[in-house]
Design a protein around this ligand. Structure first.
Ligand code: XS6
Ligand code: ZN
Length: 651
């Protein structure tokens, strides 16, 4: 009984929100057009939005304490700390003078106090996550941190909150590998400098660059700065050379660069330099990705490091876009389904050029990128005159308000044969008494119960579910037909070596991706994609399945596993987790009766627990790589999100 109780408590791990109003109590005291966007309202508006949407109340609120000198010295020099310590006592004129030695930053008598709170907030978030008090969380802080360097303030930043937090986690919790994802629109050069020769911290940053024309105008922000000495390969810069990047561009970078490398790196902890100036409407970023993309970026990181994910605020200057983005990120951390991302036309030409450059710069460091083509000689055409590209149009600064999302009342439902115990945190659906005989002469008992489960998802009464059937292979085809009667588009992911899917709808109402390690019996077409692999299922999930899934935008995902499939159980669990970013989280899993071990771990993933870590992934087999690359190559005229370079862009 006690055992059961403690397990319950433990499994209800929540999301931390670290915030202190004190961090709103400093502001620009003189006229400076560069700095005027960095206001206290950035925090108050974000925090108020979290309260208004009922999100703050669902989080574990953590009070903030100042960081100590010792904490700050993990990254900064004694001289710099001592200099900043004097600022509370300076006159306005002294503060202005002090500010002048640094770039794009301002000081205020209370900023030192706030900067210590910002570092402290990041560390308290680490404490809460590493001690298991919560699973994940977000710190809303000012001043931001990622530009500040060992001995310099820069870009509104005083102390490097995230860099200090990473070092702190390594020193105090025995964390070995830390992944830092910097999705702010500026390059966090301070973080790069702090770890550029350190292979234990992988720093990934995308940033507006425009061939060095954009602030901070550094040569070392380009894709070919990959880290130094032992840290070579552990610094990943994705320069955006055009403004107006959209959701497709961000997702393509996650699918084709960040996720494969991150899973290969296998972090023990993931920190995000969570700036939202990369969202639409921001005056600094001038990008066009909508706030809901941050739900997806967050979701895609939530199954790394056993779910230990900490978001720490950096930039974000359009108060509407900022507060919406913060809410979507926190909502996702809390486990709510991500809204279906609309309008994913595939990456633009300039983004493809960047993606291609990054992949080829990193191919010697990461086995998942080993096959990436070598960068062809610099292509002047994409540099100077990108005529006709959508990204040269005036940036669109209007976007719809994210819809109010009500999570379905029932999270995970199960259709189980008699005598099978309902897994933890699932609810067993009543069986339909009329379905005893089922389809196909009894091969599929309870098929109508499974369809009822899907109908519950359609009505948004149920988020996801699990069904055990006596013969998965026999159940698939009739089930897909039934589901397409309910949903406009069904993504069917079929894992298994045996079994044939016959007579599927060919009108695009289903997209079937069939993973197996047998050569495909059927012909590949736009809506039936057989993927024959020996091992590399995880890489296929990132570079093939997710892009296809996102572009197809299903209303329901059906994930079926044949008995005796060779897919690793932990890979399976990751797949169950990742696919929930699609279809508003409506994933229906079909398993064969008797696959008892799988039931528990599948239900666990469906109920929102992070998947187990896969360990550092081995190098993929050459034949798997070849198979995947040739598939991607063949499919990328139909599915633009599969592209990783401009060369196939024949339109
Ligand atoms: C170009 C001048 C930019 C201020 C940049 C400060 C960026 C702070 C930030 N219009 N100068 N970092 O958001 O992430
Ligand atoms: Zn920024």
């Amino acid at each position: 009984m006690i055992n059961r109780l403690t397990r319950r408590v433990y499994s209800k791990m929540g999301t931390a929100l670290v915030y202190d109003e004190e961090m709103t109590r400093y502001k620009l005291l003189w006229i400076d057009p560069v700095c005027e966007i960095e206001t206290p309202e950035r925090l108050t508006v974000s925090h108020e939005a979290l309260i208004r949407k009922g999100l703050a109340a669902r989080c574990v609120s953590i009070p903030v304490q100042e960081a100590t000198d010792e904490n700050i010295l993990l990254i900064h020099s004694k001289e710099y700390l001592e200099a900043v310590k004097k600022t509370p006592y300076m006159t306005l004129e002294d503060l202005k003078d002090f500010t002048l030695q640094y770039g794009d930053v301002y000081f205020h008598p209370n900023i030192y106090h706030c900067a210590k709170l910002a570092v402290g907030a990041a560390m308290q978030l680490i404490d809460a996550v590493m001690t298991g008090k919560v699973r994940n969380g977000m710190a809303l802080v000012r001043p931001p941190g990622h530009h500040s360097m060992r001995s310099a303030a820069n870009g509104f930043c005083v102390f490097n909150n995230v860099a200090i937090a990473a070092k702190y986690a390594q020193q105090n919790y025995g964390v070995q590998r830390v992944l830092i994802v910097d999705w702010d629109i500026h390059h966090g050069q301070g973080v790069q400098y702090a770890f550029e020769d350190d292979p234990s911290v992988l720093y990934f940053s995308w940033h507006r660059y425009e061939h060095q024309k954009f602030w901070p105008n550094l040569r070392e922000s380009d894709y070919d700065c990959v880290g130094k000495d032992k840290g070579a390969g552990f610094n990943i810069n994705v320069p955006w050379n055009k403004t107006g990047m959209q959701n497709s561009d961000y997702l393509a970078v996650f699918c084709h660069i960040l996720l494969p490398v991150a899973y290969e790196f296998c972090p023990d902890l993931v920190l995000v330099c969570a700036g939202f100036d990369s969202a639409i409407g921001d005056p600094e970023g001038e990008m066009c990705a909508t706030p809901d993309i941050f739900a997806h970026l967050t979701h895609l990181l939530m199954n790394l490091a056993g779910g230990k994910l900490c978001l720490i605020l950096e930039g974000g200057y359009n108060l509407t876009s900022l507060s919406q983005s913060v809410c979507l990120a926190v909502q996702t951390l809390l486990g709510d389904p991500a809204p279906r991302p609309a309008n994913l036309p595939g990456p633009c030409k300039s983004a493809l050029e960047s993606i291609h450059s990054v992949r080829s710069a990193h191919r010697k460091y990461w086995s998942c990128l080993k096959h990436a083509a070598e960068k062809p000689p610099s292509d002047v055409s994409t540099k100077c005159m990108e005529g006709g590209d959508s990204t040269v149009t005036e940036p669109n600064t209007a976007w719809p308000e994210p819809p109010v999302q009500v999570p379905p009342p029932l999270h995970t439902a199960a259709v189980l044969p008699e005598g099978v115990a309902c897994p933890d945190r699932c609810s067993s659906l009543p069986q339909d008494p009329d379905s005893e005989e089922g389809f196909d002469g009894g091969a599929v008992s309870k098929l109508s119960s499974v369809t009822a489960l899907a109908a519950g998802m359609k009505k948004n009464e149920i988020r996801n579910g699990l069904a055990l059937v006596s013969d998965v292979s026999m159940a698939m085809t009739p089930l897909i037909w039934q589901l397409t009667a309910l949903e406009q588009r069904v993504l069917a992911v079929w894992v298994g070596d045996t079994g044939v899917l016959s007579e599927l709808p060919e009108d695009g109402k289903t997209l079937t991706v069939h993973f197996s390690n047998e050569a495909p019996k059927e012909h590949i077409c736009r809506y039936y994609i057989p993927v024959c692999l020996q091992k590399g299922f995880m890489q296929a999930a990132f570079s093939l399945l997710l892009p296809l899934g996102y572009e197809y935008d299903p209303g329901l995902v059906l994930l079926a596993r044949m008995p005796g499939s060779s897919m690793d159980e932990s890979v399976w669990q990751q797949l169950v987790g990742l696919l929930q970013g699609l279809a508003g989280g409506h994933v229906l899993v079909l398993l064969q009766e008797g696959e008892k071990d799988l039931v528990g771990m599948t239900a666990s993933s469906l109920s929102g627990r992070p998947a187990f870590s896969l360990g550092q992934l081995p190098a993929p087999l050459a034949e798997d790589v070849a198979a995947l690359e040739s598939l991607r190559h063949r499919l990328q005229t139909d599915w633009k999100l599969l592209q990783t370079s401009g060369e196939f862009n024949v339109t």
